[in-house]
Design a protein around this ligand. Structure first.
Ligand SMILES: [Zn+2]
Length: 566
């Protein structure tokens, strides 16, 4: 998902509204507009409304780290007595002591056998800071492979969620690295956030920044020729972007941009918009050098054998989002069936190309169970009022197609998911890489919580919990080209670690900030257990419950401000 520039009637009359460019979960289409008075934007700033007279603002940047926010890095940090799940797919092992010096893992020592007294002689020397993780689980820092640091357009329905709110939700759920797919708040703004994060001046995960590829006659500074595309890629590479996010594009422009990206060592992600898939699907774009497929569009189209376009009904209108999402839910049944020659050929080709899938199952989940998402456990305490308004049913809003949602739509989507999930599971079994993204901030999905939900959905797709953890860690690092530094708990890697009191392999729900229900057989009471205890990023130890308490306070304060303004 990504921004939509004419989100609400509040925007009517603004220069931006004339653009009527809806960049959405289904793609970017120019609906109408005149470009004569559209201001030019520098490369990477095409999608941020602040250039239109400051009418739309990016989120508040993260403030400087306050006293007590994160401890360390330490000369020598020792985590003791934990069970390790290292992210490679290897089974849990413990008890281990893990030694961190500054921001690096320097030793992982096996210190005994389960349920037996520890071998004190094997234990590393005392650190200048110690964490007793007896009975707890240690995992690599989690990687959010598809994410947005809120959306400036949310400012049309209230205060834009701040970067601090988003980061604390992510870090509070163990996410230490984020691929920002689009930098739709502006490339400069996003790179600035990345810099402060890298210097540990703010409480934030490591950021990899992918600039949104600007296409469409009314996008300021849009590219319209292959030469333009190459120049734009050069410009964002010079600025320091890590990659490009495509949301569909005329094929010649995307092909030129991908060729240039290769020369500049930039990676790429594509959400194949429904407007682009008749001319190019994932078989084409992966051949041109694309790194990853986001969501799923462009994949069923690659599997068509008895048609070349989706079975759009005659009264279909792309601008009617209940049409769009309703019909999308009937798309996978039009693809070649599981196990067919075409199905296997597409899998083999993409695996051979070392291609990555970032399915973001989570972001479409309301389509198969609207009520579940509208009333998720965490909304009351953790979701800002702006976001709840942003999600509400609205014909003129993106991702808010619930105004006519039916039983039949949900049933179709459930079948859609079954086929889609079987493809992703087969892809993994054939050696394909699958990574985990939350794409939160849309369709009732909240930062961090939605990421954990993606783990549950990968398990539903058929992944073993250890395969899920690998997708969440090492596969994400490989996707980013960072597997030499992060993604697994190994000596020499950065000290990005998640410490959880409960076993996530037994129940991924224990990773939710709201925890999981568990019956205590001694007291006969049902309690909530879990949540991440510590998130360690580059050797800095964050108290995860405290980060989430800060988020709850931000939500309480935002509600109070709104009540006072009434
Ligand atoms: Zn997205």
């Amino acid at each position: 998902m990504s921004l939509s520039l004419n989100r609400s009637p509040l925007a009517a009359g603004r220069a931006w509204c004339r653009l009527a460019c809806i960049v959405t979960a289904l793609g970017c289409v120019i609906v109408s507009g005149v470009s004569a008075d559209v201001p030019k934007a520098p490369a990477g700033e095409e999608f941020i409304g602040s250039i239109a007279g400051g009418a739309i603002h990016p989120p508040l940047p993260a403030p400087p780290r306050r006293q007590g926010e994160g401890l360390g890095p330490f000369k020598r940090l020792v985590i003791r007595g934990a069970t390790l799940i290292d992210g490679t797919g290897a089974p849990p092992i413990g008890p281990v002591d893990i030694v961190v010096e500054q921001d690096r893992i320097v030793r992982i020592a096996s210190v005994g056998f389960p349920k037996m007294p520890l071998h004190e002689s094997r234990r590393p020397e005392k650190g200048d800071y110690e964490i007793d993780a007896t009975g707890m689980y240690v995992l690599p820092g989690f990687i959010n492979a598809h994410a947005h640091i809120a959306d400036s357009d949310q400012g049309k329905v209230g205060e834009v969620p701040s970067a601090e709110y988003v980061y604390k939700l992510w870090l509070g759920h163990g996410i230490t690295t984020v691929r920002e797919t689009g930098a739709f708040n502006g490339l400069r703004w996003t790179l600035n956030e990345k810099q402060h994060s890298a210097a540990h001046e703010t409480v934030s995960p490591r950021l990899a920044v992918y600039a949104g590829f600007p296409v469409g006659a009314n996008v300021p500074g849009a590219v319209s020729t292959p030469d333009d595309a190459r120049r734009w890629v050069d410009a964002i590479a010079t600025s320091g972007a890590d990659g490009i996010k495509f949301v569909g594009s005329p094929p010649a422009l995307m092909k030129a941009a991908l060729a240039e990206a290769k020369l500049k060592n930039l990676r790429s992600a594509c959400h194949h918009s429904q407007f682009a898939v008749a001319r190019m699907n994932v078989m084409d774009t992966s051949a041109w050098g694309l790194t990853s497929l986001e969501h799923w569009y462009g994949l069923p189209e690659a599997l068509f054998t008895d048609r070349t376009v989706q079975d759009f009904p005659a009264d279909y209108n792309y601008s009617d989002e209940s049409n769009r999402f309703g019909e999308a839910g009937r798309l996978w049944t039009q693809a070649a069936p599981r196990g067919s020659a075409r199905w296997n050929e597409v899998i083999k080709t993409l695996v051979d190309r070392d291609f990555t899938m970032v399915p973001t199952f989570t972001i479409y989940e309301a389509s198969r169970d609207l009520m579940r998402e509208m009333h998720a456990d965490w909304h009351d305490q953790y979701t800002l009022p702006t976001l709840m308004r942003w999600y509400a049913p609205n014909r003129e809003a993106h991702g808010a197609y619930w105004f006519n949602w039916t039983t039949a739509d949900e049933v179709a989507w459930r079948k859609n998911y079954q086929i889609w999930m079987s493809f992703i599971n087969d892809y993994k079994n054939a050696g394909g890489r699958v990574a985990v993204g939350d794409d939160a901030g849309y369709i009732y999905k909240l930062f961090g919580f939605a990421w954990v939900r993606e783990l549950e959905l990968l398990q539903e797709a058929g992944f073993h919990p250890l395969e899920v953890v690998r997708s969440a860690t090492l596969s994400g690092a490989e996707l980013l080209g960072m597997a030499d530094r992060i993604g697994s708990v190994e000596v020499g890697k950065m000290a990005d670690l998640v410490i959880v009191p409960e076993n996530p392999l037994a129940n991924f729900k224990v990773l939710y900030g709201t925890g999981a229900l568990k019956l205590d057989d001694k007291t006969h009471q049902v309690t909530r257990v879990g949540g991440v205890r510590y998130t360690i990023h580059d050797g800095i130890v964050y108290d995860a419950p405290k980060l989430l308490a800060d988020v709850r306070q931000m939500v309480t304060d935002a509600k109070a401000r709104e009540a006072a303004a009434k």
